[in-house]
Design a protein around this ligand. Structure first.
Ligand code: 0A1
Ligand code: ZN
Length: 903
């Protein structure tokens, strides 16, 4: 049997990085013409093509990608004349169109027909709330027309859009509007031209009847940029925040990275049906409406905060992604990791740096570390994929950002900036690789650039090649005679699928030594000139084991290790509760102070879980209550930070602490976590109530760090008080629900009321629904709150809500709100020992796979840690995974995740 026939026909192909070859043909210009109609849109494309002189391909076949297209005609225009192709002149299958023996230079005109209305996968051109819009990353353009759909083919685009004038008065595409007119049948047309060559994944088109909020931005070099935010008319009052954030982002990128905007206009469009958060199409960003629209009455602080980050993220892609793009999709983190790092720094500069860092680390610990320890573990730069949409992951994005952050830490601010300038200048207009990025960063620290150091990032590349979270262990030794303190650091990394052997990582570990008062000791690191007379230094751990010795240490210090979470690693060495309590109270690094509190809480919870399973009576450690009280009553602590410090580790993070052989008991974890919260509330009731009352804000809602801090500590206190199951607090919560002028406080109250049996719940849920039934984004919150409820019977409630008139499986936000929140966020109910949660998830995945495979594939993450649960649950999850995989015609998206999860 040869290798072709041995492959099962129904199993999709794996694409490998090692098989990359340069494109055989390049497309210089693309002229597109869209005749927009809901079920029958005609796309005419004219491509000017030349053979790539760098290609070593022996054939002269032009291979174009295309999916779900009806081919109407192909015309080849050669120097010798033009020719209509017939079926004998090309080969067509589900994914490609191949024309043999094409010349070195020619023009091809292709006409296709597509059906935007039936497009529920939301890739390519589709209809969302009476608006045409597109999503082409990663491989959606091939659902619009036949094209070499790969990011290293960059072309100049000219786009003409025709549509009905009344229904679609606004017609948009990338770049500048160069012409427009009217035509018969009450139709009109507009032509757009983008002066920058781009890969087709950055193409965008929008047509609709939209309200436009306009503003202007003056760049550092004095160019005026017109800003446009397009939204549905009913959302005209939800535009201000996004515009403010956009101007903040434009200014920040000039100040921090020296990057100016490069077109005369910048457009953002809000759409209701969108698979992800937003998309950075050149000059025409398209946003999930949940990531751009905001008003105090309808949006929480968390929404405002997230919008600021995402507006920044998409805007920053203009340089890190668009001007310099990816050679192939394996390089995805080149643009995403770097851009997430940029948006994190932006949010950090606009708000509280410590809170931002804690949020970032929480995402890593709650989602990325478990991905790295599970069946879908992959390196920041994957080496293979079946469906690239499955690799828009926390590993590529968030761990990718950590990898860039480590380069920043190792090089220092100024060399990092030099490196990024070199990267953008050296590769402007190119499609490049992770190696190019790292080489530019090395050049930034090159001594010929005036730097003191000459950085070698060769070993550092392991962060891009190897999956898995490195483990760090440490040993301390204080020599009172020599006044020296030595720290022995060891690293290791467990095997991940397809990667048994791991090489050592190059790990920057930021440390300080504290004296008994918690003050930093001036450091004198043996053999390191860079680390004398400083409060903090970076230890570079490169070997399996290294010893670092500090001289002139007068008494045994307390080490503050991995400050600011300087590397995405786990520290396995546990510290005594006494040490953790000391660090929680005293560490001068905000992140580490918070982290010590989390470790302390985790240690306590894990031992209580053990006791609970042994049937022992539970008791909460008095010292912990005292430490908690000290933080709660500390008037000098920033409120947002305080609220973070008073939050216990999440159930999923606690569950992740159990490795195979020592299964996570989600019921016990849930029970113990609530027990701890109840005990804290019982002992500190009066303090909690006092802080709640003192943190009350009067006046209009404002999005600023001070007010957000007050709202977060106030709602944190209310949440603890609610654990007392006391009608006074239910009443307090219901009053907050009724009297608040902002969604942050309304939602906090409603969420709490939904978690306990009380007399107010049903009324408040009903009032909320009636008040907001015409606002889709608020109704998403209404569904999510109910899906997250702790109360018994939540799954039945969720199933009933599937039949609610406001539920639709066609809208990704709604699916995420109801099904996603239950399966991925309500750990205790989802993992019900009877398997009902698992059966529910599998049913929904199978239903969704026929409509929107990307969303279906995301949901299966609910099963990804199946091996960490007890045998009964493992069996039940496995059966459901098998039930999915045995269905014919699964999408590549779902097939890849399920097959790898089972492997
Ligand atoms: N590049 C976008 C993410 C994105 C990817 C795929 C999409 O379509 C399904 C949409 C957006 C970003 O990083 O923001
Ligand atoms: Zn991005």
């Amino acid at each position: 049997m040869d290798s072709l026939t041995s492959e099962s026909i129904s199993e999709p192909n794996t694409i490998f990085l090692k098989n990359y070859t340069v494109p055989a043909y390049r497309v210089d210009t693309v002229i597109l013409d869209f005749d927009l109609r809901e079920t029958k849109t005609i796309v005419r494309s004219e491509l000017k093509i030349h053979r790539n002189p760098e290609s070593h391909a022996s054939h002269h076949n032009l291979e174009l990608n295309g999916q779900n297209l009806i081919l109407l005609s192909i015309e080849l225009i050669l120097a010798t004349g033009s020719q209509w192709l017939t079926e004998n002149d090309y080969v067509i299958d589900d994914e490609t169109l191949t024309i043999a023996n094409v010349p070195n230079e020619f023009v091809i005109k292709i006409t296709t027909e597509i059906n935007p209305k039936e497009n529920l996968a939301l890739e390519g051109l589709y209809l969302s709330s009476n608006m045409f819009c597109t999503q082409c990353e990663a491989q959606g353009f091939r659902r619009i027309t036949y094209f070499p759909d790969r990011p290293d083919v960059m072309s100049l685009f000219t786009v003409t859009i025709h549509a009905n004038q009344d229904q679609f008065p606004i017609l948009l595409s990338n770049g500048n509007k160069i012409d427009s007119g009217v035509e018969s049948d009450n139709r009109h047309w507009v032509t757009w031209q983008d002066p920058f060559p781009k890969p087709c994944y950055l193409f965008a088109l929008v047509a609709g009847d939209l309200y436009c909020k306009q503003d202007k931005f003056m760049t550092a070099s004095g160019q005026t940029v017109d800003l446009y935010l397009y939204v549905e008319h009913e959302n005209n009052h939800k535009c201000d925040h996004a515009i403010v954030c956009l101007k903040q982002a434009m200014k920040w990128d000039e100040d921090t990275f020296g990057r100016e905007y490069d077109l005369d206009n910048f457009m953002i469009v809000a759409v209701n049906d969108f698979n992800m958060g937003a998309m950075e199409n050149k000059g025409l960003n398209i946003f999930n409406s949940s990531c751009v629209l905001a008003s105090p009455e309808t949006s929480t602080d968390a929404d405002y905060y997230r919008i600021q980050g995402i507006i920044g993220h998409e805007y920053f892609h203009n340089w890190s992604g668009n001007r310099v793009t990816c050679r192939d999709w394996f390089q995805l983190s080149l643009k995403e990791g770097f851009t997430v790092f940029r948006d994190q720094q932006f949010s950090s500069d606009m708000n509280s740096a410590a809170v931002q860092r804690i949020d970032d680390v929480n995402i890593l610990r709650n989602a990325q570390f478990s991905q790295d320890a599970g069946p879908m573990a992959h390196p920041v730069r994957p080496q293979e994929y079946i469906e690239i949409s499955n690799f828009y992951t926390v590993t590529v994005y968030n761990k990718g950002a950590e990898v860039v952050r480590m380069i920043h830490t190792l090089l220092g601010e100024s060399n990092f900036r030099k490196g990024s300038d070199i990267y953008f200048e050296r590769h402007d207009g190119q499609a490049v690789t992770v190696e190019d990025f790292v080489a530019a960063m090395e050049s930034g620290s090159d001594s010929t650039n005036g730097s003191k150091i000459n950085f070698d990032l060769k070993q550092f590349m392991n962060w891009y090649h190897q999956a898995g979270t490195p483990n760090i262990e440490f040993k301390e030794h204080y020599d009172a005679k020599k006044n020296s303190y030595s720290l022995t650091l060891q690293q290791s990394c467990a095997a991940t699928p397809g990667q048994k052997i791991k090489n050592e990582f190059h790990i920057p570990i930021r440390v300080a030594l504290l004296n008994l008062q918690g003050k930093t000791i001036s450091l004198d690191l043996d053999g390191e000139d860079n680390c004398t007379n400083v409060d903090e230094c970076i230890l570079e751990l490169k070997a399996k084991e290294q010893v670092f010795t500090f001289n002139n240490v007068q008494s045994k210090p307390m080490v503050s290790l991995l400050r600011g979470f300087s590397a995405p690693v786990k520290i396995l060495t546990s510290r005594s509760r006494l040490e953790l309590a000391f660090l929680f109270a005293n560490d001068s690094d905000d992140f580490n102070r918070w982290n010590a509190g989390q470790e302390l809480a985790l240690d306590i919870i894990l031992s209580l879980v053990k006791q609970h399973k042994a049937g022992a009576k539970l008791q909460l450690d008095d010292d912990y209550i005292a430490a908690f009280k000290k933080t709660l009553c500390n008037d000098y602590l920033d409120n947002a930070l305080k609220a973070q410090a008073l939050s216990l580790p999440s159930e999923s993070y606690i569950a992740d602490q159990y490795q195979a052989g020592d299964y996570a008991d989600t019921d016990a974890i849930h029970h113990v976590r609530i027990f701890v919260r109840q005990q804290l509330a019982k002992h500190l009731e009066s303090d909690l109530l006092r802080v709640y009352q003192l943190s009350t804000l009067i006046g209009d809602y404002q999005f600023n760090a001070k007010d957000m801090g007050l709202r977060s500590i106030r709602n944190c206190c209310l949440a603890y008080l609610m654990e007392l199951n006391n009608n006074n607090y239910y009443q307090l919560c219901a009053d907050q629900f009724k009297q608040s002028n902002n969604m942050t406080d309304v939602m906090a109250a409603l969420e709490l009321l939904t978690n306990y049996e009380n007399a107010y719940q049903a009324d408040c849920l009903q009032t909320f629904y009636e008040q907001w039934q015409n606002d889709a984004l608020v109704i998403d919150k209404w569904f999510a709150i109910q899906a997250m409820s702790r109360l018994p019977g939540t799954l039945d409630k969720v199933k009933t809500l599937l039949n609610h008139p406001a539920f639709t499986i066609k809208n990704p936000n709604r699916v995420r709100a109801l099904i996603g929140r239950f399966c991925l966020g309500n750990i205790a109910h989802f993992h019900n020992e009877d398997g009902s949660g698992y059966q529910f998830l599998a049913d929904q995945v199978l239903l969704l796979d026929k409509l929107n495979p990307q969303i279906a594939a995301r949901l299966i993450q609910g099963f990804s840690q199946w091996r960490n649960y007890n045998e009964n649950r493992q069996e039940l999850m496995k059966n459901n995974l098998n039930r999915i995989i045995s269905v014919d015609n699964l999408s590549k998206d779902v097939f890849e995740i399920v097959s790898k999860t089972l492997a």
